[in-house]
Design a protein around this ligand. Structure first.
Ligand SMILES: Cc1cc2nc3c(=O)[nH]c(=O)nc-3n(C[C@H](O)[C@H](O)[C@H](O)COP(=O)(O)OP(=O)(O)OC[C@H]3O[C@@H](n4cnc5c(N)ncnc54)[C@H](O)[C@@H]3O)c2cc1C
Length: 372
């Protein structure tokens, strides 16, 4: 990996974000505008493929660079940073899929943003953590599967998109597969209005006997356990890019606000220098964890703790920015109130803060029992 390449890429992303995304941020948030054109352009720059080898159409600069790209997007718009995560995470799943056919079929197009793709893995990840029942069930027919059930909210999907989801296959276990939005038997329906993230094209997916060809399967039941362990660290770490971007945007608001009201802002609990130092130390830790996630040596407990710390830091920074900005920041046209809603999303999207604390608690208990 070359530092020059990474710096040049991040500069191009920052410039695209400034000219093409920043002017849309309010419309994305308040009118539910879905930034498809921006996503395609970001894909052309390599904005989803930093962790993908050149062989599959990627730019091979590493997962940490992917997190930096997501952060550069999140500085201006948390919703689009989430979409960047959805797209790059689908590429991450495909890269690590044990089945070469599905990887060759979709990875280059997804990595380059030509085929937009959602990840509907929240239910499965929560199910595996003992939080809820699995919503999709599959019946095996040879190496194909027939899937029914529904997922309440999946972002970055549509009839011309792809989605990557999982289903249970009775006693056999689980499968993970890709499905096109216009597949027979699949219907996509709008969700009730959200208080943020409206421009993420978040839809309800209903499967009624949808046939999944073996060529679209990322992992069959006998491959699933190893596969989910392989992809989970990158899936979870990637979301930190959304939080880092929101923190950077919040720091900007704090600095701007201190130009005129520092004399009273100094009484607030969270000051710019502490928030910035915390961000800096989290980024250093994530750089190490990212390379571990790429070579498959990351410890899941470290990843979960880092993600929980990231959620807390994002909430703290976004709240502090609004407190610094005061009534001005409470105006609908000011980004501080939007960032606070985006920060809350970082803490409720799977794995939510409560989910992370549950998994960390369960792992700690297990370690204690093993030591006893
Ligand atoms: C704007 C937006 C975009 C999203 N985009 C995506 C996406 O792209 N992909 C995706 O996969 N998800 C997406 N999600 C979902 C998200 O990741 C979370 O999973 C979702 O917000 C639900 O989490 P929760 O914390 O509310 O659920 P929780 O409160 O943790 O879980 C509630 C679950 O527990 C069950 N339950 C209730 N009582 C009990 C009980 N006594 N025993 C056992 N179970 C019980 C409930 O039925 C429910 O299923 C999105 C959500 C939002 C708001």
């Amino acid at each position: 990996m070359s530092q020059t390449d990474t710096t040049a890429l991040l500069a191009s992303v920052a410039s695209l974000v400034k000219t093409e995304l920043a002017p849309l941020a309010s419309a994305i948030d308040q009118e539910g505008v879905y930034p498809a054109e921006f996503l395609h352009k970001l894909g052309e720059l390599g904005g989803f493929s930093a962790a993908i080898p050149k062989e599959y159409g990627g730019i091979e600069l590493g997962l940490n660079t992917q997190i930096d790209i997501t952060a550069a997007v999140g500085r201006e718009c948390g919703s689009t940073a989430f979409l960047t995560w959805c797209q790059s995470t689908c590429a991450w799943y495909l890269l690590h899929a044990p089945n070469e056919t599905v990887r060759r079929r979709y990875l280059p197009q997804v990595a380059q943003g030509k085929l937009l793709s959602g990840t509907g893995m929240s239910n499965t990840v929560k199910h595996l953590a003992g939080i809820e029942k699995i919503h999709l069930t599959a019946v095996r027919e040879g190496d194909d599967y027939v899937v029914s059930g529904s997922l309440p909210w999946v972002s970055n999907i549509g009839t011309a998109h792809l989605a990557i989801v999982a289903a249970s296959v009775g006693e056999e276990g689980y499968i993970m597969f890709a499905v096109r939005g216009d597949s027979e038997g699949l219907s996509l329906n709008p969700c009730p209005e959200f208080s943020g993230l409206e421009g993420t094209q978040t839809l309800n997916m209903r499967f009624k006997n949808v046939r999944i060809n073996a060529d679209d399967v990322l992992a069959h039941p006998d491959q699933f356990k190893a596969f989910i362990s392989r992809i989970k660290p990158g899936f979870v770490l990637g979301q930190l890019g959304i939080g880092f971007g929101i923190i950077e945007g919040s720091l900007k608001t704090i600095r701007e606000s201190n130009v005129t009201t520092a004399h009273v802002n100094i009484y607030l609990d969270e000051q710019e220098n502490e928030l910035a130092a915390n961000l800096d130390s989290q980024r250093k830790e994530i750089a190490i964890l990212s390379s571990q996630a790429e070579n498959g040596t990351a410890r899941i407990i470290d990843i979960l703790r880092a993600r929980a710390n990231g959620s807390e830091a994002t909430l703290a920074a976004a709240q502090s920015a609004l407190l610094h900005a005061g009534a001005k920041g409470y105006l609908m046209r000011h980004p501080a109130q939007r960032r606070l809603r985006e920060a809350i999303f970082v803490a409720i999207v799977t794995p939510a803060l409560k989910h992370l604390r549950k998994e960390i608690h369960d792992l700690e208990q297990q370690t204690e029992m093993e030591a006893a």
